[in-house]
Design a binder for this molecule. Structure first.
Ligand SMILES: [Zn+2]
Length: 288
């Protein structure tokens, strides 16, 4: 009788057309509740959770594995002064953005790679190639490149590249292995990375290849906002892109991007917030 009620509960949900992983999970859970079968109920609960979004902690581990994959192709430029500087500029930008907090914070590093490129991984890991560093002529231009990468992270572009089936697969594995609170030991990390295998492949592909023209434009426009908030010149992003002739592989067409950025600055009158504050302070004191 109990089994019949459980089966009826599951069938009712399915017959209502509520398919998909989360709803099937719900059906199994309700069926378990109706029948008084705790095991069935908790199985349904796990199935429901397997369709959920990744947590910030999981994004951190995914990003860490994606970053390790990038470092396998281009080594880290291990210079303490450069790393400290990148992190100072990068964190200043992040603090001025709508997403100042990140599980384990933001991390910035340079990669030894002659091609001009920059990468943003989930969880706040950002990389700039030595080739692109060489093209930047001012701190504002470096800040502009980093702001564009921070914008990709804020808008979750790397995570959006994950195929739904791979997301379900990884989430289901997490529930199964109960590793949501994974430790820092090498063994646990390897196990966790294994669960994210297909997810990591999706993200590495997206991070390395760049995004659609729309997403690149969205990242540029958000970068303009971040630069203004942090007190850097938003025009620096157009300036650095203008010097990237022959680097059309870098996050879309630099010329198209630079044109749109300049239009935005002109039409919306974008200037760093700090410029306005300085102007106001000066006018108040000088009487101009
Ligand atoms: Zn981009």
């Amino acid at each position: 009788m109990k089994i019949m009620r459980a089966v009826l509960g599951v069938c009712l949900f399915i017959s209502l057309g509520l398919t998909g992983c989360a709803t099937l999970g719900k059906a199994v859970k309700v069926g378990g509740q109706l029948a008084g079968y705790q095991e069935l109920e908790s199985m349904g609960d796990s199935m429901e959770k397997s369709d959920r979004e990744f947590t910030e902690e999981e994004k951190y581990y995914i990003g860490r594995t994606v970053g390790a994959s990038l470092l396998a192709d281009a080594p880290w430029k291990n210079e303490a002064q450069l790393t400290l500087y990148l992190n100072e500029v990068g964190n200043t930008l992040a603090m001025a953005s709508s997403r100042p907090e990140m599980y384990h914070g933001y991390h910035f590093a340079a990669l030894v790679e002659k091609n001009a490129n920059a990468f943003a991984c989930p969880g706040g890991f950002l990389f700039i190639s030595t080739g692109l560093l060489g093209i930047c002529q001012t701190e504002d231009e470096l800040a502009a490149v980093l702001a564009h990468e921070i914008a990709h992270i804020i808008m979750e572009h790397p995570m959006e590249a994950i195929q739904a089936s791979h997301q379900r697969e990884a989430a289901a594995s997490l529930v199964k292995f109960g590793l949501r609170k994974a430790g820092e030991s090498q063994g646990e990390l390897q196990q966790l990375s294994g669960l994210f295998d297909n997810v990591v492949k999706d993200v590495v592909k997206a991070v390395a290849q760049g995004y659609s023209r729309e997403k690149e434009q969205d990242a540029d426009l958000l970068a303009v906002e971040i630069l203004c908030q942090a007190g850097y010149s938003p025009k620096a992003l157009a300036d650095v892109l203008g010097r990237m002739e022959g680097h059309s592989g870098y996050h879309g067409d630099p010329k198209v991007r630079a044109k749109k950025i300049l239009e935005t600055i002109e039409t919306k009158g974008k200037t760093p917030a700090v410029y306005a504050q300085r102007d106001k302070r000066f006018k108040q004191v000088s009487g101009h």
